[in-house]
Design a protein around this ligand. Structure first.
Ligand code: SF4
Length: 411
């Protein structure tokens, strides 16, 4: 090993600390490789707190690898909607189908818990076989192999790389392939063969909760006596990361296009004829989002994007127009989202009713939602959905944010 570490000390310090400090996370209560694999895929690019509710809902809906393999794509995407990086969901299912169709039934663990665990589907039980699954890289294969099967493979993710760079006071660029290769060797050498799963989780936990990117908490760190960066007081300068992408700020406009449901139309007609009978003329001549029912009318505020609750009283039989990403799209194929102004060029966007920010790789979008009216049938690639069914529709993360900002989606 490069640095002058005492491997035995590092293992002991980390594992002693981890036994007392580990967060109680749902995927730490199981050795089921299916559940651990699902958690690892969800945790790629996504924070622990955001993953927990998705993880629980996903496993309730797909408790076994077979259930996942058999799921209709729309169900799968609906369960994933809001987590982002949707290729992860598709790869999960592709891998599940690969496991169900091709895994030798006699050699490995039973996949899934509870009743469905009676089905003898074998989850790949070697690092190499796990690594071959779609969507699984070195890190995920090592995590599943060590946590579910106790195999001595070290994990290396961003948290672990930061801990290593500091422990060794290493000034190499941690995004460089050569550095990652060297750090992977350290991870494999350090992992405790007596309990590789616990060791890997301990080092990741240290990076996630103590050896933080900014302001590492060295005073409470179990490795403070082993840490070269701390000894040299350079921990805040490490790790060194390669060239950062320049963030580009951009504007986007989404359209909120709704139309009333049959109930609302009838109610509106009744209300108009009541007013006609009582001699009052209706100020409203056209049905639209702002005049679907009395409550909405009275609650419609002045345009004020920071106060965005004016739509939560829309009746649930109301319809909303969404656009689907084409099946062959490189990103988000099959997902639904609010139309953008450019998709309906003949339409005049109305007042702003919501706003939110959305980041995609190096783009930082400031998104405005504007009301608009569309009287014709849904154009090709578009569809009217009832508000009441929105929770079941696989919508993009941007659409989730837009609909939440309008109080039209609550998960
Ligand atoms: S002593 Fe500080 S810099 Fe070193 S590993 Fe611990 S938290 Fe990180």
């Amino acid at each position: 090993l490069g640095p002058r570490w005492s491997v035995a000390d590092i293992r002991r310090h980390l594992l002693d600390w981890y036994r007392g400090a580990a967060r109680d996370l749902p995927w730490r209560r199981t050795r089921d490789p299916y559940r651990i694999w699902v958690s690892e895929i969800m945790l790629q690019q996504t924070r622990v707190a955001a993953v927990i509710p998705y993880y629980e809902r996903f496993l309730e809906r797909f408790p076994t690898v077979e259930a996942l393999a058999a799921a209709p794509e729309q169900d799968l995407l609906a369960m994933w909607a809001g987590l982002g990086y949707y290729s992860r969901a598709r790869n999960l299912q592709k891998a599940a189908r690969q496991i169900v169709d091709g895994a030798p039934k006699a050699t490995a663990a039973v996949v899934g818990e509870g009743e469905a665990a009676q089905v003898q589907v074998a989850f790949p039980s070697t690092y190499e076989a796990i690594r071959e699954l779609p969507g699984v890289g070195d890190y995920t294969a090592a995590a599943v192999a060590s946590i579910a099967f106790g195999l001595p493979h070290g994990v290396l993710d961003g948290n672990v790389a930061r801990v290593f760079a500091r422990l060794a006071a290493d000034w190499s660029d941690i995004s460089a392939p050569a550095t990652r290769k060297r750090f992977q060797q350290w991870a494999d050498a350090l992992v405790d063969p007596a309990d590789p799963g616990a060791f890997n989780q301990a080092v990741m936990e240290l990076g996630a909760t103590v050896c933080l990117p900014k302001n590492p908490m060295c005073l409470v760190c179990p490795l403070s006596g082993d840490c070269a960066a701390r000894a040299q007081a350079i921990q805040s300068q490490l790790p060194v990361k390669g060239r950062r992408l320049e963030i580009v700020a951009e504007e986007k406009t989404y359209l909120l296009i709704t139309r009333p449901g049959e109930e609302s139309v009838n109610r509106e007609k009744r209300s108009q004829s009541d007013r006609a009978r009582s001699g009052k003329s209706s100020k409203r001549t056209q049905l639209g989002p702002a005049n679907l029912d009395e409550r909405t009318q009275s609650a419609t505020p002045k345009p004020n994007p920071s106060k965005r609750t004016q739509f939560d009283h829309l009746p649930s039989d109301c319809w909303i127009l969404l656009r689907q990403h084409e099946a062959g799209s490189r990103r988000l194929a099959g997902f639904w989202e609010l139309p953008e102004a450019e998709h309906l060029p003949d339409l005049q966007p109305g007042r702003p009713v919501g706003e939110f920010r959305h980041g995609i790789t190096r783009h930082d979008y400031h998104c405005t939602v504007r009301e608009a009216a569309w009287k014709a049938d849904a154009p090709e690639g578009f569809r009217w959905f009832r508000l009441s069914e929105l929770e079941l529709v696989p919508v993009t993360t941007a659409a989730t944010k837009a609909l939440r900002s309008l109080s039209l989606l609550h998960h």
